[in-house]
Design a protein. Structure first.
Lengths: 421, 445
């Protein structure tokens, strides 16, 4: 692993003859050429997808819900244009100040606060300033501020045709399409002058009207369905919408923007942390990616070791032992041990290979001084009845074999030098 | 392309400008982040464009052809740089893992244009056979050491790793025994297994029984008229006998006994026998056989014999196929038509797998002296006396069954006229050598 300078610089002639080592890694150009088909297919797919998006118009963002100039299904461009055609001066407001100014001059105000930006104070202020305030899909906070006692009550079960009140726009509309939400009006609210229109079930109303804090009129429409491009033409939706919004010559279309957020509310996480935290997090991600590339790039392809096949030789014996154990062939297993022991005892006692078992047993009994019958039983007779007995007999066989070997061995007291103690 | 740790550090250092700018405001921090990332990537691209091409290189390998297993060799790779810029590279040589490279396989080289550097790696292979290196990977970094170019170049190399021949430690003692058989020892014993060598003049100390009186009568002493020179006959062991070693490389040779595959034991045993026999003046032929001839050494003698044998053995590994013993007599006949000592190195351990061998053995024993050498498993011998628990008793009886099978196959071989040599892996080579010496002494070659 050392690098040394070559003793001699390569002569020019050698430089000319030695071939440059062939590269296995393809160059960028070769990679491109090799994968050209895939690259072309990918490009065609991406282009096709783009074309489809452009043709469908889906490439644009859907725009704000109930946006006055939003032609998308959830927008309200259709309603606004009809109102304008009828001579209503529709102006858009994105801030509370603009909406308050317009309201002070006697305009009707449509409020749709999608994310609940406006605080209670702003809402009351707006309701006090406007002669007519129409709130689309009021949230919990808005209901608390404007109409305590009117509560959200889920979605309607279907189209509603029970007008149930005497308000003119509602009477003219007669029925509302499917997709409405419901409000309930409790006794306190009813006593304060709140009336529900378009009843669904016992207590649910799709629209609620009542007095504002300074005498103006406030209408709460529980769902945005009535104003949406997609549904405005269904049932009596358009009649209700135009009736509510077209009552005066001026209409302020107020969708609160981020600037209206109440300064008194809790600051977001981004406002709490110093300005450098988010960039440092992004930098940490970049460092992680770079470190991954650094450690993950392999220095050349893996080299595969061609291993020769090798099998542990003991597997046959182990497998056979498990077969004996599984089939609890105690007699067979013990017989193997007996055959081996008889053979070895016969060899130790210098008996011929053809000697019968009885002769071997007798000779072993003589050599060890044991009872001939018990040795014969051990070597041929007994069949093991249980596992315990098998283990005992096996050990006993081993002991017998050991004793026979010890009996013919020359006296152990002679030490290797041949001297007796 | 690859990036270095230095580049990662550079990107990480961006935390300083980002925090400093962040004290002014969030926008400034974002600007600093984008600026720093652009700066880092720009520096990387610049570095990459200044790096020398790793493709314009001439690679020359120099390494020994052969090495004995367990020994260390130096593999050298000369890298000549033909590009116009200085090459700062990390080189990795693509050797097999079993080539046993010492240390991390990463060599830093700095080669000015047109010059050549030599790098060396210490290899201690730990497996027999051909160890190969197909490619060399070069990672060339730029002067800043941020980004690098990488290419893998073809640089084929091969190192043949020969069997270790550990059993050569047994050779000197067996050669001494051989010399005792030979006439070079003071004992001029005439007996079986010896043949007439020459007649020479009696010197004091020679056995008087070896005086050849007829030769003495023909040799008149010119210096002392009327008297004769005493001539003695000298004897030497039989020479120029044929020995054919047939090693079985089929599935039984793949079994690992006592941490050594049967095949490796067969190689050790054949090498020791061949070394001994070539010293004794016999001619050794070697065949490696399963269903086809895997290797053959024929007609070599002396040092060349061992060299060719280890070379042939190096590349042979056991295969999981059944040996075809039926064609072995034909191959032996092709080697020699005379009486020979045929040594079969195989596994004679179960009646089922030895059936092929037993069926052709009569054909071989009719013409030749046949020795069947096989490895005994010491684990079986140990297992048969362990009988303390039920599982051990079953293990012992299975081991006993295996050993009885070995004995049965051995008895069958002996009945068919073969000679069996069975020993534990490390004891088989000397046991086979002893068997050979005994056959030689008794004149049965």
């Amino acid at each position: 692993m050392t690098a040394t300078r070559a003793p001699a610089r390569a002569p020019a002639a050698e430089t000319g003859t030695d071939p440059v080592a062939a590269a296995i890694t393809p160059t960028l150009r070769e990679t491109f050429r090799r994968r050209r088909a895939w690259i072309v297919i990918a490009a065609v797919l991406v282009l096709g997808a783009l074309v489809v998006l452009v043709v469908q118009g889906g490439a644009r963002a859907p725009g704000p819900i109930l946006g006055a100039d939003n032609p998308a299904p959830p927008g309200s461009k259709a309603l606004v244009q009809v109102l304008r055609a009828h001579g209503v001066d529709v102006s858009e407001a994105r801030t509370a100040e603009a909406a308050l100014d317009a309201a002070a001059s006697g305009a009707t105000v449509l409020l749709y606060d999608e994310t609940g930006i406006l605080g209670a104070e702003r809402l009351t202020e707006l309701a006090a300033a406007a002669d007519r305030l129409v709130v689309a899909e009021p949230g919990f906070g808005a209901l608390e501020a404007l109409a305590p006692g009117v509560r959200l009550a889920g979605a309607a079960s279907g189209p509603i045709d029970d007008v149930a009140c005497a308000a003119r726009p509602a009477e003219r509309a007669e029925a509302l399409s499917d997709g409405q939400r419901l409000l309930t009006v409790d006794d306190d609210a009813a006593a304060a002058g709140w009336r529900g229109c378009f009843r669904d079930g016992e207590f649910g109303y799709a629209v609620a009207t009542g007095p504002g804090p300074s005498g103006g009129e406030v209408a709460l429409v529980a769902a945005t369905t009535v104003f949406e491009n997609e549904h405005v033409d269904e049932s009596g939706n358009a009649a209700l919408a135009i009736g509510l919004l077209g009552a005066s010559d001026e209409l302020v279309w107020y969708l609160p923007g981020p600037a209206d957020a109440d300064a008194a509310e809790a600051p977001t996480l981004a406002e709490l942390t110093p300005g450098w935290v988010s960039p440092v997090v992004v930098l940490a991600i970049a460092v992680t990616i770079a470190a991954g590339v650094w450690r993950g790039r392999r220095l050349g392809p893996l080299v595969v070791e061609r291993l020769p096949v090798q099998v542990p030789a003991g597997e046959t014996s182990e497998g056979r032992a498990r077969l004996y154990a599984r089939s609890t062939s105690r007699g067979h297993a013990l017989d193997q041990l007996r055959i081996g022991a008889i053979g070895r005892i016969a060899a130790v006692l210098r008996l011929p290979r053809s000697a019968p078992v009885e002769a071997v047993a007798d000779a072993a009994a003589q050599a060890t001084g044991r009872d001939a019958a018990s040795v014969a039983r051990l070597l041929v007779g007994t069949r093991p009845a249980g596992d315990r007995e098998l283990v005992d007999l096996a050990a006993e066989l081993d002991r017998l074999e050991h004793d026979v070997a010890a009996s013919v061995r020359p006296d152990d007291r002679t030490d290797p030098t041949g001297r007796r103690p | 392309m690859a990036v270095t740790g230095r580049f990662v550090l550079l990107v990480a250092l961006g935390v300083v400008p980002v925090v400093v700018a962040g004290l002014q405001g969030a926008d400034a921090a974002w600007l600093a982040l984008v600026g720093w990332l652009a700066l880092s990537i720009g520096a990387g691209v610049l570095d990459l464009s200044l790096a020398a091409s790793p493709r314009r290189l001439v690679l020359t390998r120099s390494l020994p052809d052969r090495v004995r297993l367990g020994e260390t060799v130096t593999s050298e790779l000369a890298v000549q740089h033909l590009g116009p810029r200085v090459l700062r590279a990390v080189v990795r040589d693509g050797w097999d893992p079993s080539a046993g490279i010492a240390g991390p396989n990463r060599t830093r080289l700095r080669i000015p244009p047109g010059e050549r550097r030599r790098m060396s790696l210490e290899l201690t292979p730990w497996r027999r056979g051909d160890r190969r290196a197909e490619e060399v990977t070069i990672r060339s970094s730029g002067p800043l050491g941020l980004w690098s170019r990488q290419a893998t170049l073809a640089a084929p190399g091969r190192l043949r790793v020969l069997p270790p021949f550990h059993s050569r430690v047994h050779l000197p003692s067996r050669l001494t025994r051989l010399r005792e058989l030979d006439g070079r020892t003071p004992l001029l014993i005439r007996g079986q297994g010896t043949e007439f060598d020459s007649i020479r003049e009696y010197v004091r100390g020679d056995d008087v029984r070896s005086i050849d009186w007829r030769a003495t009568a023909r040799h008149v002493d010119p210096e002392v008229p009327g008297s004769m020179r005493l001539m003695v006959r000298t004897w030497r062991p039989e020479r120029d006998r044929r020995i054919v070693i047939v090693a079985d490389t089929s599935r039984t040779a793949a079994a690992r006994v006592d941490d050594e595959p049967r095949l490796d034991t067969a190689w050790e045993a054949s090498l020791l026998l061949a070394a001994l026999a070539s010293h004794a003046g016999d001619r050794v032929d070697f065949l490696a056989w399963d269903r086809r001839l895997r290797g053959r050494v024929h007609g070599a003698g002396g040092a060349e014999l061992l060299a060719r044998m280890v070379d042939t053995m190096a590349g042979i590994d056991a295969e999981l196929i059944e040996a075809d013993w039926a064609s072995v007599p034909g191959h032996v006949r092709r080697v020699t038509s005379h009486h020979a000592l045929v040594v079969l190195l195989t596994a004679a351990d179960s009646p089922g797998s030895a059936r092929g061998l037993l069926s052709v053995l009569p054909q071989l024993t009719a013409r030749h002296t046949v020795v069947v050498a096989s490895v005994a498993d010491p684990a079986l011998l140990a297992a048969r006396h362990e009988r303390d628990t039920l599982d051990e008793v079953y293990g012992a009886s299975a081991a006993e069954r295996g050993l009885l099978d070995v004995e049965r196959v051995g008895a069958a071989i002996r009945r068919l006229g073969g000679i069996t040599v069975t020993a534990a892996p490390h004891e088989l080579p000397p046991a086979l050598a002893d068997c050979y010496l005994e056959l030689k002494a008794t004149g049965r070659l």
